[in-house]
Design a protein around this ligand. Structure first.
Ligand code: ATR
Length: 264
């Protein structure tokens, strides 16, 4: 999706850049970054390089340091600087739907890389975060790390129905941050929708399909739903600001993603 949305944006802004894809092996990463320093404006990095790229950089943003992973690199004045825009993408996509997370109680489902970026950013923005994950030990580790590094409370929960049902009575926002429900396993859902409630904000980071089973069932119950395209587009817009100091055309990027998803 990234080439489609960034190239649509560069065209719209009349900028002479291209966003391309590079398949880089772990043993090639260091040489790739060296070359990129002189030939590129910036990079996105994805799995499995988000952590291993960090020692190759000259500086890290506060978010990248806290999250412990980089998804965006800017080359400037001979330096390579690392950022993480995943969490900000989530917060901005909620904001665009009128949901301000500061002071709100947010339940994050998942404790992988995406949940980590989201959990930290939510805490940084002043949300009261709890984390539930299939592997309880990972939820506990992440919650402890968020609490100690951001100095905000963060609780770990088991993924059991009874626990989540009672938690959901008191939370304002639920963010599903695992890959469950992603194409082609579109019938999958991590939690039973009977524990959701009317008025709850339910965001899914899965964007293919745009309407996951979780979002479809949440809609029927009367929840406010936020799809994963928003997070994808807003993390991309935040990356463009870092690379090029531009205000990215979010709607142009969103249309490019929808068009691309329609074709896949
Ligand atoms: P990402 O970077 O996309 O977050 P990841 O780091 O591999 O990917 O994390 C995947 C997340 O999805 C984890 O929270 C994982 O739960 P576990 O930590 O218990 O493995 C969750 N996940 C993936 N498949 C799942 C499934 N079938 N049921 C429940 N959780 C699942």
């Amino acid at each position: 999706m990234s080439p489609a949305m960034h190239n649509a944006s560069f065209k719209h802004l009349g900028l002479p850049y291209r966003f391309g894809l590079f398949d880089v092996g772990e043993d090639e990463l260091s040489a790739f970054i060296s070359t990129a320093r002189t030939e590129m404006q910036g990079l996105n990095v994805t799995i499995p390089h988000k952590v291993s790229v960090m020692p190759l950089l000259d500086g890290l943003s506060k978010e990248a340091q806290l999250i412990g992973a980089v998804n965006t690199i800017r080359f400037k004045d001979g330096k390579a600087l690392g950022f993480n825009t995943d969490g900000v993408g989530c917060v901005r996509s909620l904001r665009e739907q009128g949901v301000e997370v500061s002071g709100e109680r947010v339940l994050v489902l998942g404790a992988g890389g995406a949940a980590r970026a989201i959990g930290f950013q939510l805490a940084l923005e002043g949300a009261d975060v709890s984390i539930a994950n299939r592997s309880q030990d990972k939820a506990e580790k992440l919650a402890e790390e968020i609490a100690s590094k951001t100095k905000r409370g963060c609780r770990a929960l088991t993924i059991e129905e009874k626990t989540l049902a009672s938690e959901i009575q008191g939370v304002d926002v639920l963010v599903h941050a695992t890959s469950v429900g992603m194409h082609p396993k579109t019938e999958d859902i991590l939690i039973p929708s009977r524990i959701l409630r009317r008025g709850l904000v339910v965001m899914d980071i899965v964007y293919n399909p745009v309407k996951t089973r979780l979002l479809l069932e949440a809609e029927k119950i009367g929840c406010r739903t936020v799809d994963g395209v928003g997070m994808l587009v807003h993390q991309g817009a935040a990356s463009e600001r870092i690379w090029l100091d531009v205000e990215a055309p979010v709607e142009v990027m969103r249309e490019a993603v929808y068009a691309r998803l329609g074709k896949s």
